[in-house]
Design a protein around this ligand. Structure first.
Ligand code: ADP
Ligand code: FBP
Length: 306
């Protein structure tokens, strides 16, 4: 079974506005509330791809309850820990030609709630996959990802980590099966800006993360596609799918879901192809991609490859 953990879930509030002027009263042309949070998005896209998972993490208040019901209504099993106070955050995604995100801080997580989540993770067994994705609320200890993985050491659980900065770097010694930095995040870890067109520099930065323990490093490059530096040393490049960008929120999470589903059915090359199709399909859709949207983009990629 795949378990996704979102330490700081969110509802995403998308506002489309033609011209945005800071310091003035602005009026949106359209708005929409969507389910969000990185691990939750992975679970939702896995579901579209016919792969079961359980979404775990923390929820609080009315927004948390709405999120739980929404995720379950979309067919994903959940095992969230309910917090005693506060509310699940609402992240604002502003679209006025460019995409601006304001992600909330998230509720306080008391030690007992963290222990309750860890107790759920203790139930994972050999062959299970654990996906840790997204930021952590400010009240959690910064080593919470490492603590989660340390508890599972020796159990034969596969780890996937989609996070940034030290949160990601510090889990590398646990030999995660997959990490998916985008080129900005990879550059942050490499200590220099990386150009999405500079394949040699991207590969060498990804290999440096492998030396620190990562097994497969999937570098996402938004409209420039993706690079996979695989566990066996292969380097695979994949051009992005062609389409009109409508909303790239969740493209990275969709790619992680596509990678996992693709890997199970055909190893690295298939993982990269289905990951790219799922990421692209979400970028071309106003919300997370559906099964049909992913299949359409997947066929386009396969045909291009001949
Ligand atoms: N504008 C786009 N056109 C085509 N594919 C895209 C586009 N944006 C994202 N994707 C696909 O989704 C994947 C993940 O997107 P990216 O923006 O790199 O991730 P993140 O959301 O984590 O920053 C990309 O590697 C690509 O395959
Ligand atoms: O946990 P973080 O890093 O604040 O990110 C949360 C945000 O990431 C998302 O999961 C989207 O992530 P990606 O665009 O990277 O796939 C949103 O749904 C959510 O608002």
């Amino acid at each position: 079974m795949i378990y996704t953990v979102t330490f700081n879930p969110a509802l995403d509030y998308l506002m489309r506005i033609q011209s945005f002027v800071p310091g003035k009263t602005n009026r949106a042309d359209a708005e929409e509330l969507q389910v969000g949070g990185k691990g939750i998005n992975v679970s939702l896209v896995l579901r579209q791809l016919g792969v079961e998972s359980v979404a775990l993490g923390f929820l609080a208040g009315y927004t948390g309850e709405l999120l739980r019901q929404w995720v379950e209504s979309l067919g994903v099993q959940t095992g969230f820990v309910t917090l005693p106070a506060g509310m699940t955050r609402v992240n604002v995604k502003l679209k006025n030609g460019v995409e601006t995100e304001i992600n909330g801080r998230g509720p306080d997580i008391p030690p007992a709630a963290l222990e309750a989540l860890f107790a759920k993770l203790d139930g994972l067994t050999e062959g299970d996959t654990l996906v840790l994705a997204g930021s952590i609320p400010a009240t959690l200890p910064p080593d919470v990802y490492e603590r989660a993985l340390a508890r599972l050491e020796g159990k034969g659980v596969r780890y996937v980590v989609d996070a940034t900065g030290p949160l990601l770097e510090n889990v590398l010694p646990f030999r995660p099966f997959l990490i998916k930095p985008n080129h900005h995040e990879l550059g942050e870890l490499a200590g220099k800006e990386l150009d999405p067109g500079d394949t040699a520099a991207l590969v060498s930065a990804a290999q440096a993360l492998q030396k620190k323990g990562a097994r497969n490093v999937l570098v996402s490059l938004a409209g420039d596609g993706a690079l996979l530096v695989a566990e066996d040393g292969q380097v695979l490049a994949q051009a992005a799918a062609h389409g009109t960008l409508r909303n790239s929120v969740g493209a990275g999470d969709s790619m992680v879901a596509g990678f996992l589903a693709g890997y199970a059915r055909g190893g690295c090359a298939e993982a990269l192809r289905l990951g790219t199709a799922a990421g692209g399909a979400t970028a071309f859709s106003p919300r997370l991609a559906t099964k049909e949207e992913i299949e359409t983009v997947y066929r386009q990629i396969t045909e291009t490859k001949g």
